[in-house]
Design a binder for this molecule. Structure first.
Ligand SMILES: C[S@@+](CC[C@H](N)C(=O)[O-])C[C@H]1O[C@@H](n2cnc3c(N)ncnc32)[C@H](O)[C@@H]1O
Length: 215
Protein backbone atom coordinates (compact mmCIF):
# COMPACT_ATOMS: atom_id res chain seq x y z
CA UNK A 1 0.00 0.00 0.00
CA UNK A 2 1.48 3.32 -1.01
CA UNK A 3 1.18 6.24 1.33
CA UNK A 4 1.52 9.92 0.61
CA UNK A 5 2.33 12.93 2.73
CA UNK A 6 -0.42 14.64 0.77
CA UNK A 7 1.53 17.91 0.68
CA UNK A 8 -0.63 20.65 -0.75
CA UNK A 9 -3.28 18.21 -1.81
CA UNK A 10 -6.40 16.73 -0.28
CA UNK A 11 -6.61 13.16 0.90
CA UNK A 12 -7.78 11.41 -2.22
CA UNK A 13 -10.12 8.87 -0.77
CA UNK A 14 -11.69 8.70 2.69
CA UNK A 15 -14.25 5.96 3.30
CA UNK A 16 -16.51 4.73 6.04
CA UNK A 17 -18.46 1.50 6.33
CA UNK A 18 -21.04 0.97 9.03
CA UNK A 19 -22.89 -2.23 9.90
CA UNK A 20 -26.58 -1.90 10.76
CA UNK A 21 -27.20 -5.26 12.39
CA UNK A 22 -30.97 -4.88 12.52
CA UNK A 23 -31.43 -2.16 9.90
CA UNK A 24 -34.22 -3.05 7.53
CA UNK A 25 -32.84 -4.05 4.11
CA UNK A 26 -36.15 -4.38 2.27
CA UNK A 27 -39.68 -3.08 2.07
CA UNK A 28 -41.32 -0.01 3.48
CA UNK A 29 -39.36 2.25 5.82
CA UNK A 30 -41.35 4.35 8.26
CA UNK A 31 -39.27 7.52 8.45
CA UNK A 32 -41.15 8.47 11.63
CA UNK A 33 -39.84 5.35 13.37
CA UNK A 34 -36.26 4.87 12.17
CA UNK A 35 -35.06 3.61 15.55
CA UNK A 36 -37.87 1.10 16.14
CA UNK A 37 -39.36 -0.54 13.08
CA UNK A 38 -36.40 0.70 10.99
CA UNK A 39 -34.01 -1.42 13.10
CA UNK A 40 -31.85 1.49 14.35
CA UNK A 41 -31.75 3.03 10.89
CA UNK A 42 -31.38 6.33 12.78
CA UNK A 43 -27.80 5.33 13.64
CA UNK A 44 -26.97 4.82 9.96
CA UNK A 45 -28.61 8.09 8.95
CA UNK A 46 -26.56 10.03 11.50
CA UNK A 47 -23.42 8.27 10.27
CA UNK A 48 -24.17 9.38 6.69
CA UNK A 49 -24.70 12.92 7.92
CA UNK A 50 -21.39 13.02 9.83
CA UNK A 51 -19.44 11.32 7.05
CA UNK A 52 -20.57 13.53 4.18
CA UNK A 53 -21.67 16.93 5.40
CA UNK A 54 -19.60 20.00 6.17
CA UNK A 55 -21.22 23.09 7.62
CA UNK A 56 -21.86 24.24 4.07
CA UNK A 57 -21.51 21.56 1.46
CA UNK A 58 -20.42 17.98 1.03
CA UNK A 59 -17.02 16.38 1.53
CA UNK A 60 -16.17 15.37 -2.00
CA UNK A 61 -13.27 13.17 -0.88
CA UNK A 62 -15.52 10.98 1.26
CA UNK A 63 -17.96 8.17 0.78
CA UNK A 64 -19.87 5.89 3.09
CA UNK A 65 -21.35 2.44 2.66
CA UNK A 66 -24.14 1.42 4.98
CA UNK A 67 -24.84 -2.28 5.53
CA UNK A 68 -28.45 -3.17 6.20
CA UNK A 69 -28.45 -6.62 7.71
CA UNK A 70 -31.92 -6.74 9.26
CA UNK A 71 -35.52 -7.26 8.26
CA UNK A 72 -36.63 -9.80 5.72
CA UNK A 73 -34.78 -10.78 2.58
CA UNK A 74 -31.10 -10.60 1.69
CA UNK A 75 -28.79 -7.94 3.11
CA UNK A 76 -28.27 -4.78 1.13
CA UNK A 77 -25.55 -2.14 1.01
CA UNK A 78 -26.08 1.48 0.00
CA UNK A 79 -23.08 3.57 -1.05
CA UNK A 80 -23.27 7.36 -0.82
CA UNK A 81 -20.49 9.00 -2.82
CA UNK A 82 -19.73 12.58 -1.72
CA UNK A 83 -18.05 13.35 -5.05
CA UNK A 84 -21.13 12.61 -7.12
CA UNK A 85 -24.22 12.82 -4.95
CA UNK A 86 -26.62 15.69 -5.41
CA UNK A 87 -30.01 16.47 -3.92
CA UNK A 88 -28.92 15.08 -0.55
CA UNK A 89 -29.60 17.35 2.43
CA UNK A 90 -28.29 16.98 5.95
CA UNK A 91 -31.56 16.65 7.80
CA UNK A 92 -32.14 13.13 9.03
CA UNK A 93 -35.62 12.63 7.63
CA UNK A 94 -34.43 13.71 4.19
CA UNK A 95 -31.53 11.23 4.26
CA UNK A 96 -33.91 8.53 5.49
CA UNK A 97 -36.24 9.39 2.60
CA UNK A 98 -33.48 8.46 0.12
CA UNK A 99 -32.88 5.17 1.95
CA UNK A 100 -36.63 4.44 1.94
CA UNK A 101 -36.71 4.79 -1.86
CA UNK A 102 -33.74 2.46 -2.27
CA UNK A 103 -35.02 -0.31 0.00
CA UNK A 104 -38.35 -0.33 -1.82
CA UNK A 105 -36.39 -1.70 -4.82
CA UNK A 106 -35.34 -5.36 -5.21
CA UNK A 107 -31.89 -6.11 -3.77
CA UNK A 108 -29.29 -6.32 -6.57
CA UNK A 109 -27.02 -9.35 -6.75
CA UNK A 110 -24.22 -9.66 -4.22
CA UNK A 111 -21.36 -7.42 -5.31
CA UNK A 112 -23.30 -5.92 -8.24
CA UNK A 113 -23.65 -2.14 -7.80
CA UNK A 114 -26.73 -0.48 -9.29
CA UNK A 115 -26.98 3.33 -9.45
CA UNK A 116 -30.24 4.43 -7.85
CA UNK A 117 -29.67 8.14 -8.42
CA UNK A 118 -26.47 10.12 -9.01
CA UNK A 119 -24.02 9.28 -6.24
CA UNK A 120 -26.27 6.74 -4.52
CA UNK A 121 -25.71 3.10 -5.40
CA UNK A 122 -26.95 -0.16 -3.91
CA UNK A 123 -25.77 -3.73 -4.00
CA UNK A 124 -26.39 -7.06 -2.35
CA UNK A 125 -23.81 -8.34 0.07
CA UNK A 126 -22.44 -7.91 3.51
CA UNK A 127 -19.27 -6.94 5.34
CA UNK A 128 -17.26 -9.73 3.69
CA UNK A 129 -18.08 -8.37 0.23
CA UNK A 130 -17.11 -4.80 1.15
CA UNK A 131 -13.83 -5.95 2.71
CA UNK A 132 -13.05 -7.89 -0.42
CA UNK A 133 -13.91 -4.99 -2.74
CA UNK A 134 -11.88 -2.45 -0.76
CA UNK A 135 -8.96 -4.83 -0.51
CA UNK A 136 -8.90 -5.20 -4.29
CA UNK A 137 -9.06 -1.39 -4.60
CA UNK A 138 -5.94 -1.06 -2.42
CA UNK A 139 -7.67 0.70 0.48
CA UNK A 140 -5.86 0.70 3.82
CA UNK A 141 -8.55 -0.57 6.17
CA UNK A 142 -9.10 0.30 9.82
CA UNK A 143 -11.46 -1.15 12.39
CA UNK A 144 -12.55 1.54 14.81
CA UNK A 145 -12.24 0.03 18.27
CA UNK A 146 -11.95 1.97 21.54
CA UNK A 147 -9.84 -0.80 23.07
CA UNK A 148 -7.17 -0.82 20.34
CA UNK A 149 -3.97 1.24 20.07
CA UNK A 150 -4.31 4.98 19.61
CA UNK A 151 -4.83 6.62 16.21
CA UNK A 152 -1.70 8.77 16.74
CA UNK A 153 0.47 5.65 16.96
CA UNK A 154 -0.56 4.74 13.41
CA UNK A 155 -1.07 8.07 11.69
CA UNK A 156 0.80 11.15 12.74
CA UNK A 157 2.22 13.11 9.84
CA UNK A 158 1.57 10.55 7.12
CA UNK A 159 -1.76 9.22 5.99
CA UNK A 160 -2.57 6.72 3.27
CA UNK A 161 -3.94 8.03 -0.01
CA UNK A 162 -6.92 5.71 0.36
CA UNK A 163 -8.19 4.85 3.81
CA UNK A 164 -11.39 3.13 4.97
CA UNK A 165 -12.84 2.93 8.49
CA UNK A 166 -15.24 0.24 9.70
CA UNK A 167 -17.63 0.83 12.54
CA UNK A 168 -20.58 -0.89 14.09
CA UNK A 169 -23.97 0.48 15.08
CA UNK A 170 -25.29 0.43 18.65
CA UNK A 171 -24.30 -3.24 18.94
CA UNK A 172 -20.74 -4.60 19.01
CA UNK A 173 -19.39 -6.33 15.91
CA UNK A 174 -20.39 -10.01 15.97
CA UNK A 175 -17.77 -12.74 16.46
CA UNK A 176 -17.98 -13.62 12.75
CA UNK A 177 -17.50 -9.96 11.79
CA UNK A 178 -14.54 -9.65 14.15
CA UNK A 179 -12.87 -12.67 12.54
CA UNK A 180 -13.27 -11.09 9.09
CA UNK A 181 -12.14 -7.67 10.28
CA UNK A 182 -9.04 -9.18 11.90
CA UNK A 183 -8.04 -10.58 8.53
CA UNK A 184 -8.30 -7.28 6.63
CA UNK A 185 -8.01 -4.36 9.05
CA UNK A 186 -5.86 -2.77 11.74
CA UNK A 187 -7.80 -1.89 14.90
CA UNK A 188 -7.40 1.73 15.96
CA UNK A 189 -8.78 3.65 18.94
CA UNK A 190 -10.00 7.22 19.03
CA UNK A 191 -9.90 7.25 22.83
CA UNK A 192 -10.83 4.92 25.65
CA UNK A 193 -14.44 6.09 25.91
CA UNK A 194 -16.91 4.43 23.52
CA UNK A 195 -18.75 7.17 21.68
CA UNK A 196 -21.62 6.97 19.22
CA UNK A 197 -20.78 6.00 15.68
CA UNK A 198 -21.49 9.40 14.13
CA UNK A 199 -19.27 11.02 16.77
CA UNK A 200 -16.48 8.55 15.94
CA UNK A 201 -16.77 9.57 12.28
CA UNK A 202 -16.55 13.25 13.24
CA UNK A 203 -13.41 12.54 15.29
CA UNK A 204 -11.80 10.68 12.36
CA UNK A 205 -12.51 13.62 10.06
CA UNK A 206 -11.04 16.01 12.61
CA UNK A 207 -7.87 13.94 13.01
CA UNK A 208 -7.34 13.49 9.26
CA UNK A 209 -8.17 17.14 8.54
CA UNK A 210 -5.68 18.23 11.24
CA UNK A 211 -2.88 16.22 9.63
CA UNK A 212 -3.66 17.75 6.24
CA UNK A 213 -3.91 21.26 7.73
CA UNK A 214 -0.39 20.94 9.18
CA UNK A 215 1.14 20.15 5.80
C1 LIG B 1 -21.85 3.09 19.66
S1 LIG B 1 -20.30 2.40 19.26
C2 LIG B 1 -20.60 0.68 19.56
C3 LIG B 1 -20.56 0.36 20.98
C4 LIG B 1 -20.73 -1.10 21.21
N1 LIG B 1 -21.21 -1.27 22.57
C5 LIG B 1 -19.45 -1.87 21.05
O1 LIG B 1 -18.96 -2.45 22.01
O2 LIG B 1 -18.92 -1.92 19.93
C6 LIG B 1 -20.31 2.46 17.51
C7 LIG B 1 -18.99 2.30 16.83
O3 LIG B 1 -18.25 3.48 16.96
C8 LIG B 1 -16.86 3.20 16.97
N2 LIG B 1 -16.30 3.78 18.19
C9 LIG B 1 -16.96 4.29 19.24
N3 LIG B 1 -16.11 4.78 20.15
C10 LIG B 1 -14.87 4.58 19.67
C11 LIG B 1 -13.56 4.87 20.13
N4 LIG B 1 -13.37 5.47 21.30
N5 LIG B 1 -12.52 4.50 19.38
C12 LIG B 1 -12.70 3.91 18.18
N6 LIG B 1 -13.90 3.61 17.68
C13 LIG B 1 -14.98 3.94 18.41
C14 LIG B 1 -16.71 1.70 16.96
O4 LIG B 1 -16.40 1.25 15.66
C15 LIG B 1 -18.07 1.21 17.36
O5 LIG B 1 -18.37 -0.03 16.75
Amino acid sequence: MSTCRCEGEHLADRRFAIIGHRAKSNGKLNINDLAGSGGRMDVLVRAINSALFLSHGIRKDTHITIHMMGGEGPPRRIWFDGAKVWGLHPDERAIAGHIAKVIAEPVPARGHWVEHQPGIWHSGGDLSVTLNEWSKEGVEMVKLDAEATAFSEHYNTTIPSSIGFFLSDDQPFSDAENILLKKYTNPISLGKKWVQGHTAIGVVHHLLDSIIDQQ
